[in-house]
Design a protein around this ligand. Structure first.
Ligand code: SF4
Length: 363
């Protein structure tokens, strides 16, 4: 029985209807894999550190909170990865600490110079979806205020930055759903979302070694045994310069602490490496017609799902569940090899929770 919808649920459904079924409807509660992929776990941990700083704790305490969050999420190893404990986890922890330090030194002071902080903790709002019995769940990272106007704060992490991402909040769901939910829940208009992205670097397989590494200068700059360079090539006096042939990508965390590396980066001449590790804060306001369209679309989808969840309950009781699931939740085959529900979909797993690979979702 479906009782709540969220942005992540709708995006899952857009990606694969069958994934939506497993995640939100399977056996009444939906199921999810035990543990978390490393990259999203880094994002959640960085969020925690930034939230702690906005709440006024010391930087060291904020880093400790972020790292504790990362451990709590039980980052899991991929089948093909080796040296997870010796390489991947220390690299992730170092990256988290670097990003929290950059947030404290740069992004947060920039936010505080423009907005005052009303709420600095992640807050879940559950608001009724019109004309249905379903609720809409929205989680904002905080609430800001400028000249009496309320904005939702959103920390983001992304593996890679392309400038087109600047346009995304003008069309994506979050840019409209969060202000709507906050306005509904608090009764005071929320007119925008303030976003700040932190770059985690793309995940790559290290040539010849088979382990996955983060392609970020915060963890793998170039080193020749004496000097460090944070980027492979750069422009200087109109000429393109590259690091020398003796430089190699190197795990900097095996040579110094995150504090020392950030300090070293701030001392590099000419460029400001820290400014390349985050984008924002940027404010996005969506027009009223956009919010009205979102609410209509949400209502329509919620009505469909409300009816469907009754059909599923009936089908479960009468032994025709698989037929109803096949008719209503198509399998998208685009991303199956990387999907956590692969064993349910394609390997005939019939008791995912009993297998120990999955747990029931908490509503
Ligand atoms: S394995 Fe494929 S079809 Fe099945 S839920 Fe995942 S993406 Fe969808």
């Amino acid at each position: 029985m479906l009782i709540k919808l969220s942005r992540s649920a709708l995006l899952t459904e857009q990606n694969c209807e069958r994934e939506f079924y497993y995640k939100y409807l399977f056996d009444g509660t939906g199921i999810e894999a035990e543990g978390n992929d490393v990259t999203p776990a880094i994002g959640v941990a960085v969020h925690k550190g930034l939230e702690s700083i906005l709440n006024g704790v010391t930087l060291e305490y904020a880093i400790a909170n972020a790292l504790a969050k990362f451990e709590q999420l039980k980052p899991r190893q991929l089948d093909w990865e080796f040296d997870f404990i010796g390489y991947t986890l220390p690299e992730c922890r170092f990256l988290i600490e670097c990003l929290v330090r950059i947030g404290a030194m740069r992004a947060i002071p920039e936010i505080l110079s423009q907005w005052s902080v009303v709420e600095a903790v992640e807050k879940k709002h559950i608001v009724p979806i019109p004309e249905t019995s379903l609720g809409w769940v929205s989680i904002a990272d905080g609430e800001l205020n400028k000249n009496g106007l309320t904005s939702a704060l959103s920390w983001k992490t992304t593996e890679r930055w392309i400038d087109r991402k600047l346009e995304v909040p003008l069309i994506d769901m979050q840019g409209v759903s969060e202000p709507w939910a906050i306005s509904q829940a608090t009764g005071k208009p929320c007119h925008s979302v303030v976003m700040c992205w932190f770059l985690t670097g793309e995940t790559r397989e290290e040539r010849g070694l088979g382990r996955r590494v983060k392609d970020s200068p915060l963890v793998r700059p170039w080193f020749n045994g004496k000097d460090w360079q944070w980027r492979y090539q750069w422009e200087e006096e109109g000429k393109v310069r590259r690091v020398g042939k003796d430089y190699k990508r190197t795990a900097v965390w095996e040579y110094m602490s995150a504090e020392e590396w950030i300090e070293a980066l701030t001392k590099l001449p000419v460029l400001d490496p820290l400014r390349f590790q985050y984008v924002g804060p940027l404010e996005y306001t969506r027009p009223p017609w956009n919010e009205e369209a979102f609410v209509r679309q949400l209502t329509g989808k919620a009505q469909q799902l409300e009816a469907l969840s009754v059909t599923i309950d009936y089908a479960r009781e009468h032994g025709i569940l698989q037929e109803v699931v096949d008719e209503n939740f198509a399998q998208s085959t685009r991303g199956c090899p990387w999907c956590p529900y692969y064993s349910c979909c394609w390997r005939g797993m019939i008791d995912p929770v009993g297998s120990g690979e999955f747990k029931r979702r908490v509503r």
